[in-house]
Each structure stands twice: as C-alpha cells, then as structure tokens.
Design a protein around this ligand. Structure first.
Ligand SMILES: [Zn+2]
Length: 55
C-alpha cells in the first residue's frame, strides 16, 4: 500500500494527525491559523487613528 502524506505533524507531541484538524486529538495542541479578525482589528485601529488625527 502506498501511504500518502495526508497528515501533519503535531509540534507538541510529534504525532501525525489530520491536517484539517484545528487541534491535536492526542495532546489538544491548538494549531495557529490565520485569523481574518486580526486584519479587521488592524483596519479599525487605522480608522480610529485617522479619526483622532482629524478631531
Ligand atoms: Zn499533539
């Protein structure tokens, strides 16, 4: 059988797990994922700075 590398290694316990998993089922390590919320916060902060500059 040909084993495809359909897994990712957990940096915490070094186990091969589902690459789509948001956290490791063995040690419950949470994988950091790109969160678009941070981009919105950055945009809102930029707008706030502009508001402060204007008023
Ligand atoms: Zn783990």
């Amino acid at each position: 059988m040909v084993q495809k590398s359909n897994t990712k290694e957990c940096p915490s316990c070094a186990m091969d797990i589902d690459p789509k998993a948001e956290f490791c089922p063995i040690c419950e390590y949470h994988f950091p994922k790109r969160n678009p919320v941070y981009q919105w916060i950055a945009i809102l902060l930029a707008i706030l700075m502009l508001m402060l500059m204007l008023f």
